[in-house]
Write a protein that binds this ligand. Structure first.
Ligand SMILES: Cc1ncc(COP(=O)(O)O)c(C=O)c1O
Length: 379
């Protein structure tokens, strides 16, 4: 079965290092190494033996991760190479030909492509822009049937920033439980809430068939470490671990040591605070830009993440618009259609004022230029 191109990631791979301002990323500006490695830890860090580490994650790291999930033990935690690997090996383990996956759209489309590669069928359930991107759970209830093996969701959501309410979470669990479906909960944006310092609760512990995925990339600003994890019940843990051995054997030893430090009680709150400060300050710039350009752009609602999912009011499809912006202004944004919603652009605002402000100005100029020209038809 051929892998469908992961269009969003390919778009970023092709152009992110070829533009002056990259607003297509989905993380805040990466934290410097010094924020994770205090001076009194450097000597110990330099003694790390560069042999294979514990392949499912060091004991300390799995303990630190388990402590973030009520009721989880280190034996439930598998440390992976980013949330990306966690999603991949979870899908490889759970899905096969003929299975159905109910999947939140718009969304980060990794599980979409992975499910298809496993010859499963994807049944999207929509977030509704007319209703603040709330999920249509009646639609979810209608599409979930005996063939549904998995409900896949991203909470808080990339790209809309929607956070499920407790009632919505409970309803999703009830819908899954009705047919014994797994919930694959990608929670990499937990900790990225805009209006509250309370972290979005995990699906872990709400139902026995949950695999919770997370990583250090988004809420901690440490995507360069390539450390993620999944928390899984013992019934599937070994099966998933087997795929991890085939795929990467283990995450890197120095990264795991840095991850132990990042999740330590002394450093974790500082990293989350840094990410929140960057995301929130960026949102203020974005919000101002949106009001100044209200005739061209709008945002339905956004409660989390360092990105805005911007609806534009021009007759042009999102790939062509993103391409015009890239060519004319050397700013990279992500086309909405690559996340499952046309007529939108995903624009990152968590990368610092010196980048966000001039880049948004340039995007505004391109949008105004295009508006004064003849309408560009949808392709
Ligand atoms: C929802 C979601 N899950 C997983 C990933 C994978 O990221 P990483 O492997 O860096 O954790 C991303 C990256 O953008 C994402 O947005």
């Amino acid at each position: 079965m051929p892998f469908r191109i992961f269009e969003l990631e390919r778009w970023q791979s092709d152009f992110e290092h070829a533009v002056e301002f990259n607003l297509a990323d989905s993380s805040v500006k990466g934290a410097p190494l010094a924020e994770v490695l205090p001076p009194d830890e450097i000597d110990r860090f330099l003694t790390i033996e560069l042999g294979y580490p514990m392949v499912n994650g060091t004991e300390v790291l799995r303990q630190r991760i388990a402590s973030l999930y009520p009721g989880a033990a280190p034996a439930n935690v598998l440390v992976t190479v980013g949330g990306a690997e966690a999603n991949q090996i979870a899908c490889q383990t759970l899905l096969g030909p003929g299975d159905r996956v109910a999947l939140m759209e718009p969304g980060y489309r990794q599980v979409y492509g992975l499910a298809e590669a496993q010859e499963a069928t994807v049944d999207p359930f929509r977030l509704d822009p007319g209703n603040g991107w709330r999920p249509d759970l009646d639609q979810l209830a209608a599409i979930v049937g005996p063939g549904t093996k998995m409900i896949a969701l991203v909470n808080p959501n990339n790209p809309t920033g929607m956070i499920l309410t407790p009632e919505e979470r409970h309803r999703i669990v009830a819908i899954a439980a009705r047919v014994g479906a797994w919930i694959l909960a990608d929670e990499v944006y937990r900790g990225g809430e805009r209006y509250s310092d309370d972290e979005t609760p995990s699906f872990w512990g709400e139902y026995d068939r949950v695999i919770a995925v997370n990583s250090l990339s988004k809420a901690y600003g440490l995507s360069g470490l390539r450390i993620g994890w999944l928390v899984a019940p013992s019934s599937v843990y070994d099966d998933i671990w087997r795929r991890h051995e085939y795929t990467v054997i283990s995450a890197a030893a120095p990264s795991m040591r840095l991850a132990e430090l990042a999740l330590s009680p002394a450093i974790r709150p500082k990293l989350i605070a840094r990410q929140r400060a960057l995301s929130r300050a960026g949102w203020e710039l974005m919000d101002r830009w949106l009001s100044e350009n209200f005739d061209l752009v709008s945002v339905a609602a956004s409660e989390a993440t360092s990105m805005a999912f911007v609806r534009y009011h021009l007759p042009i499809d999102s790939v062509r618009l993103a391409d015009e912006i890239r060519r004319r202004s050397s700013v990279l944004v992500a086309p909405g259609v690559y996340l499952g919603a046309e007529d939108h652009l995903r624009i990152t605002h968590g990368v610092g004022r010196s980048i966000v402000e001039p880049a948004l100005d340039r995007i505004g100029s391109v949008l105004r230029e295009l508006r004064t020209r003849r309408p560009v038809a949808h392709t």
